[in-house]
Write a protein that binds this ligand. Structure first.
Ligand SMILES: [Zn+2]
Length: 392
């Protein structure tokens, strides 16, 4: 057991001064005013970190570590359809498995060095289960499936019915849960199955990432034409409202992480909020792919739970979720305390994680040495790197 001392701590979504944290391994035993802790806990070693801010660790809510080998391979700012075409083309040439694993491993190691302690990792291959278990054991691996063609989608569903439990067990101690890629890549029969397989687990879906997604569910637009051109569309949809579609396929469910929401309007955000779900922002990925950004003010104003992810290195320069909020801070007038909530408490809620500097929660040591009375601004405005350490 030890007491962690730092000028400031970030606890329960707030920056606090003159507090101490009592930890035992990775569990927070107590957090309180310094004088009260010192009175209650005698003879316990104090680790004095000095002037700066202590966090329990950051969460990258949406990334694809297995795509790390694609760094610098795809074009920037070519629009979503151009990027997707390049992605499909690039996936046709099979990459060496060892290269894929080594790149994913590097991605995870880098994230840990940035102070990330858990991720929501989208995986088609499940290679990350093994890689995450020692570095970030609280992570959630979303086993992502897709198939637009109905016959293929039903086949995938049947295969999953037979194999999911075995795959889930194979991932332990990492929590694995099935998920769908998006409405434009996955037939309704498969989305329905995936969304309802584990109704209490979080479910993640790429959502309204581009201006082509709403026309797609009405069988129109460039994305529809591209996929139709590949011969993948055999179920023509005729919907004006994407939530009507989700309701019809029984996939409008609580605890969903709606990733991107670049094209979400107020009515969409209201519907996300109604089912106690989360919007995951990945603004640097949106800038990379489509040279656009989500309406973060409207999303924030809607009161919906917000988390932040980096997406993959196929559409970003690094997997540092702190850089993602630095980017938001630079382009939007949003208070630092709120931004740090978007990479701590809020994504913890989205992933059902009991993580943070609060009593009885799990926490890791992530400390930034700062010099001013505005330490969060200082971390956001400068490229400060954290000291990460094992709590004892
Ligand atoms: Zn993604």
């Amino acid at each position: 057991m030890e007491i962690l001392k730092s000028e400031y701590i970030f606890s329960n979504g707030k920056i606090l001064k003159d507090y101490l944290v009592v930890v035992d391994k990775n569990t927070v035993i107590d957090v309180d005013k310094s004088n009260l802790i010192l009175k209650s806990y005698n003879n316990i070693k104090i680790r004095d970190l000095g002037y700066g801010v202590l966090f329990g660790g950051f969460i990258n809510l949406h990334t694809h570590t297995e795509l790390s080998y694609m760094k610098n391979k795809l074009p920037r700012k070519k629009g979503f359809v151009g990027w997707l075409e390049a992605m499909i083309k690039s996936k046709k040439t099979e990459e060496d498995k060892n290269t894929i694993i080594a790149s994913a491993q590097k991605g995870i190691k880098d994230m840990a060095s940035y102070g990330t302690v858990a991720i929501g990792d989208i995986s088609n291959t499940l290679i990350s289960c093994e890689l995450l278990k020692n570095t970030m054991p609280l992570s959630v691996v979303f086993f992502e499936n897709y198939a637009l063609n109905k016959e293929r989608a039903c086949l995938v569903k049947k295969e999953l019915q037979d194999t999911l439990i075995k795959l889930e067990n194979g991932c332990k101690p990492i929590k694995m849960t099935p998920t769908a890629h998006s409405v434009y890549s996955t037939n309704g029969c498969l989305i329905e199955f995936l969304a309802n397989k584990q109704p209490n687990n979080p479910f993640s879906i790429h959502f309204l990432e581009s201006e082509y997604e709403k026309p797609f569910i009405n069988s129109q637009g460039k994305l529809f034409e591209l996929l139709d051109g590949y011969g993948l569309v055999d179920t023509k949809l005729n919907y004006k409202d994407i939530f009507d579609y989700l309701k019809d396929i029984n996939a409008y469910r609580k605890k969903t992480i709606f990733v991107h929401c670049v094209e979400a309007n107020n009515s969409d955000l209201e519907k996300i909020k109604e089912i106690d779900s989360t919007v995951c922002l990945c603004p640097r990925s949106n800038k990379f792919i489509s040279d656009t950004l989500p309406n973060i003010y409207a999303i924030e104003k809607s009161g919906v739970n917000i988390g932040v992810g980096t997406d993959s290195l196929a559409s970003n320069d690094d997997l540092n979720v702190l850089n993602e909020i630095r980017y938001i801070y630079k382009h939007f007038n949003i208070k630092p305390q709120k931004l740090f909530r978007w990479i701590t408490d809020n994504p913890a809620k989205a992933l059902n994680l009991n993580l943070g500097l609060q009593k009885n929660k799990a926490a890791y040591g992530v400390f930034f040495a700062t010099n001013t009375p505005q330490p969060l601004e200082e971390i956001l405005e400068n490229q400060l790197k954290p000291l990460t350490f094992k709590v004892q």
